[in-house]
Design a protein around this ligand. Structure first.
Ligand code: SF4
Ligand code: SF4
Length: 400
């Protein structure tokens, strides 16, 4: 039951305890990419929690009881809303938080509270529910173009199979080499796979969840789960780490029970197929590549070694690492549905990664997320330090 004047209605008990538990130690300040590029303390994880705690205290807590409930200053609410939506939800703050605040889950819930108060989301984020309702995707593109511009000729998904491939909106409309690579790798592994039709495969709900706009979520989740169940699916494979997170961690909440199939990222499928010998490489790659861990893949679902196993399996390839890697990786700037609203931040954050790839003389900057792919490509445009960007499956498909 959501109470109109409560600041905690959208939060679980665990999250209220987490907010209360923040010691303001500042460990998270060393890791926040948005604070790094803006220098703005109000966007820092510590400050957001401090301010939100004040909202709770002055309206519902002891302070409110002793001194009377006060209305929270509108200007402060608006400033907080901007700060909470400027976050890329990368989760790096939660990773180092000594009291274990699960920020990758907390921030969307605080956004939801701001949406409930009519303060969020921001700018084009408001259009997402309408687009999803009308076209099934977040980019307002025709469903008929979801697969047709990139799907490889000669690859034939079957009507029903144990394995299904979910493309996702960002891959389908903004990262064609990546999803084309996925389809080629799946086909080369030889096991039959199925897909939903272009009209049937709709948004997984992540952009709605992450912007705190929950209204359509239950319907979307039930529709997709039922469609894959009808196809006899046991493993659903995604190219996008955000889809993987949404499906694995959030879908069961909206479905009201465990999923009837498992969720895997494309790199998990490929590393296993390489290890089992069902995927065989005919050529290699002679050069140095640097691999960026997507926030929702490494910190989100702990898929860290599989992409590296795929890369190490490519003959001739030398794998370089970013200084911040694996669970400590720095966001590429694309996350949290902030990339289209706070474009300058996203480009500046992306360029921090480009700088490092360039300084380390990488021949290729390897990504395994369509949102990273799209944003780092934008960050590379017109930049003096050029490194060729390649998706991991695009690279692998080139060796088949
Ligand atoms: S690291 Fe955790 S406890 Fe410390 S200031 Fe940040 S959110 Fe609070
Ligand atoms: S999730 Fe990432 S961008 Fe957001 S506050 Fe934490 S470190 Fe900063």
């Amino acid at each position: 039951m959501i109470k109109k004047d409560s600041f905690t209605s959208c939060l679980s008990r665990q999250q209220v305890i987490e907010i209360d538990a923040c010691t303001q130690c500042g460990e998270c300040l060393k890791k926040c990419p948005v604070q790094d590029v803006t220098g703005d303390a109000s966007v820092s994880p510590r400050e957001k929690i401090r301010i939100f705690r004040e909202f709770i205290k002055s309206t519902q807590g002891l302070k409110g009881m002793l001194f009377g409930r006060r209305r929270v200053n509108q200007e402060l609410l608006e400033e907080f809303t901007k700060a909470i939506f400027e976050c890329t939800t990368c989760g790096a703050c939660g990773e180092v938080c000594p009291v274990g605040i699960y920020t990758q889950r907390l921030w969307p819930m605080l956004r939801r509270e701001m949406v409930r108060r009519g303060l969020g989301p921001i700018g084009p984020q408001k259009l997402i529910p309408g687009f999803v309702k009308e076209t099934g995707n977040v980019y307002d593109k025709p469903a008929s173009e979801r697969f047709s511009p990139w799907f490889p000729e000669g690859v034939e998904p079957v009507a029903k199979a144990k394995i299904a491939y979910y493309v996702g909106c960002t891959g389908a409309y903004e990262a064609h080499p990546m999803v084309r690579g996925d389809a080629l790798v799946l086909a080369a592994a030889g096991e039959p796979f199925t897909m939903l039709g272009a009209e049937e495969e709709v948004c997984c709900g992540f952009p709605l969840f992450i912007t705190g706009q929950f209204d359509l979520l239950e319907g979307l989740v039930k529709q997709l789960v039922s469609a894959y169940q009808d196809k006899g699916v046991e493993t659903l494979i995604c190219s996008c780490p955000c889809c993987v997170n949404m499906m694995a961690r959030e879908w069961p909440l909206f479905l009201g029970k465990e999923l009837p199939f498992r969720i895997r990222h494309m790199t998990q499928f490929a590393s296993r197929a390489l290890a089992e010998g069902t995927l065989k490489l005919k050529s290699g790659f002679n050069g140095k590549v640097i691999y960026h861990d997507p926030c929702y893949l490494s910190r989100g679902v702990g898929v860290i070694e599989e992409p590296r196993e795929v890369l190490r399996a490519i003959p001739g390839l030398k794998l370089l690492e970013f200084d911040r890697n694996r669970r400590d990786s720095r966001c590429c700037g694309a996350g949290g549905a902030a990339r289209k609203v706070f474009h300058e931040n996203a480009v500046a954050i992306g360029r921090l990664a480009i700088d490092e790839a360039w300084e380390k003389n990488a021949d290729r900057f390897i990504l395994s997320c369509p949102a990273c792919y799209s944003k780092v490509n934008e960050a590379m445009e017109g930049y003096e330090k050029q490194v060729r960007i390649t998706d991991i499956m695009e690279l692998l498909a080139g060796c088949l």
